[in-house]
Design a protein around this ligand. Structure first.
Ligand code: NDP
Length: 477
């Protein structure tokens, strides 16, 4: 059976007390590996390693080009190991292999992008009338604690690790207890390519005590977290005890608006991707779909047909597009919401919970729910799309914005003015027009309201992972 230890000081180790926990394959529902159960003392060890590497190691002191070279070396190694890394995510959370490979490619790109971004960035110069010269400098912040979720185990971790280490920080990543494999393997690869010890530590274990010990540690200078809004609040409160700035990427209840002038084939394609990719376990999922009256019946016919075409099966089998949910706990959560749909007067067009004992919830499309019904308002984080009709632009915007969340929204229209008009009225961190899930890493990424605090991406990551400094010099005349 495989074992995933902690990576501390560049070495894979057991927990100090030897504790381990079982890791499940959600497709087979069997234990396939074990991971080290990190306790408070293991968290302390990992932070101490990162602290020493930051305070006296070469990483924050080396030139930007040299640091970029190291990170590209890691990215090269990840590309050589794509099958291994993707296979881990597939086995560990039932992500179809093709999607897992796509995630590895995006993770590699995260490393390459931030390596180059820090290497090529410039500070700013502020000409002053007073006979002074002023410029800004972006030095590393220190030790970064990163806590990542199970839905994109490698990709979400790389989104945090890459900018953190690129800007000269040292890091401890705690992957979700459900998905320790790919991130631990990333830590092994960093050690293999020769990263200085302590630059990238991996701490395995549960949210508490492993994650909570990291966020509460006074040697941690930044906390970056992706997960549920409830845990996000606990993380923020914990980091506040030592005033560590936090970046939180939390839940979502994405609105997807399809106007009657949309290219229907394109809108249906993306509506399916937006809610059924990764079995809907995406904070950006288009889980609230709004379709204009005039095209409602035609759209629903095509949408339901495409949902039913998705090949469900073993995530490692060729052609599988859709598989089990990531854990028993999560399957129970999603099943609970599906059960409520008809109880609350909704109509299910297709989908529902598989009855073969697997942890599969089939692609589910429903409408007819009241706007305060739990499956419509709350983040299900599964393959469940709740559809509503609207008559005009104002109603669509009102319904889309009527949520505590504000991570993202999508809209489909061939009318350019409408696209601009509606985009600017939507209360969301990202708006996709006629597409979904496309990212440019230079742009801000994050959410409004319960969807998070702060933005990452490009210069936004620079602001978070550095201590910007102003240097003011007098010029003697
Ligand atoms: P959590 O928010 O509980 O977990 C996310 C990460 O935080 C995990 O690594 C978890 O560790 C860790 N964690 C938990 N408690 C603490 C703590 N007190 N201090 C520090 N770290 C902590 O999400 P779940 O995995 O339980 O999923 C629950 C729901 O959250 C989902 O159903 C979904 O609605 C939402 N979610 C949203 C995500 C997003 O992308 N925005 C991603 C994942 C979930 P551990 O796994 O060991 O508990």
């Amino acid at each position: 059976m495989e074992f995933f230890g902690h990576i501390i000081d560049g070495v894979e180790v057991e927990s100090l007390d030897g504790g381990r926990f079982d890791v499940y394959n959600p497709w087979t529902r069997e234990v396939w590996a074990q991971a080290a159960e990190g306790g408070a003392q293991d968290a302390r060890r990992a932070v101490a390693s990162a602290r020493t590497a930051f305070d006296s190691g070469p990483w924050p002191r080396m030139g930007r080009t040299e640091r970029a070279r190291w990170i590209h070396k890691l990215a090269d190694r990840m590309e050589e190991k794509v099958d291994e890394l993707a296979g881990y995510d597939s086995t560990n959370m039932a992500k179809p292999l093709e999607q897992a490979k796509h995630d590895v490619a995006r993770s590699v790109w995260n490393f390459r992008f931030f390596a180059d971004h820090q290497r090529d960035h410039c500070g700013e110069v502020f000409p002053m009338d007073s006979g002074h010269h002023c410029y800004s400098e972006f030095g590393p912040a220190g030790v970064v604690a990163a806590i990542s979720p199970w839905n994109f185990p490698l990709m979400m971790a790389s989104w945090k690790i890459a900018p953190a280490i690129a800007w000269g920080n040292t890091c401890i990543i705690k992957p979700s207890e459900d998905t320790p494999a790919s991130v631990t393997h990333l830590g092994r690869l960093a050690a293999e390519v020769g990263f200085p010890p302590g630059v990238l530590n991996v701490l395995n274990g549960h949210g508490a005590p492993a994650g909570s010990s990291l966020t509460a540690d006074w040697d941690v200078d930044r906390v970056t977290f992706t997960g549920s809004s409830t845990t996000g609040k606990a993380v923020m409160a914990s980091a506040a005890t030592h005033l560590a700035p936090v970046s939180l990427e939390l839940g979502g209840k994405g609105a997807n608006i399809v106007f009657d002038d949309a290219d229907l084939d394109n809108a249906v394609y993306w509506a399916v991707e937006a809610i059924f990719r990764n079995a809907g376990q995406i904070c950006l999922a288009g889980s609230r779909l709004f379709v204009q009256d005039g095209i409602y019946d035609e759209f629903m016919k095509r949408f339901v047909a495409k949902a039913e075409e998705l090949q469900i099966g073993d995530p490692l089998a060729p052609g599988t597009k859709f598989s089990a949910l990531s854990s028993r706990k999560h399957f129970d959560k999603v099943t609970g919401y599906v059960a409520q749909i008809e109880e609350l007067g909704g109509h299910i067009y297709t989908g529902g919970v598989a009855t073969d004992g697997s942890w599969v919830v089939r692609p589910t499309v429903a409408d007819g729910l009241a706007l305060d019904a739990a499956p419509y308002c709350e983040e299900i984080f599964g393959p469940v799309c709740i559809v509503n009709r609207f008559t005009d632009e104002a109603e669509a915007v009102r319904m889309a914005n009527d949520t505590r969340y504000g991570l993202n929204a999508m809209l489909f229209t061939e009318n350019l003015s409408r696209a601009h008009r509606v985009s600017s009225q939507l209360r969301a961190g990202t708006v996709w027009v006629n597409c979904f899930f496309i990212r440019d890493l230079r742009t801000p990424f994050g959410g409004v309201g319960d969807s998070g605090v702060g933005r990452e991406g490009g210069n936004f990551s620079r602001e978070f992972f550095t201590e910007p400094k102003a240097v003011v010099m007098q010029i003697t005349r």
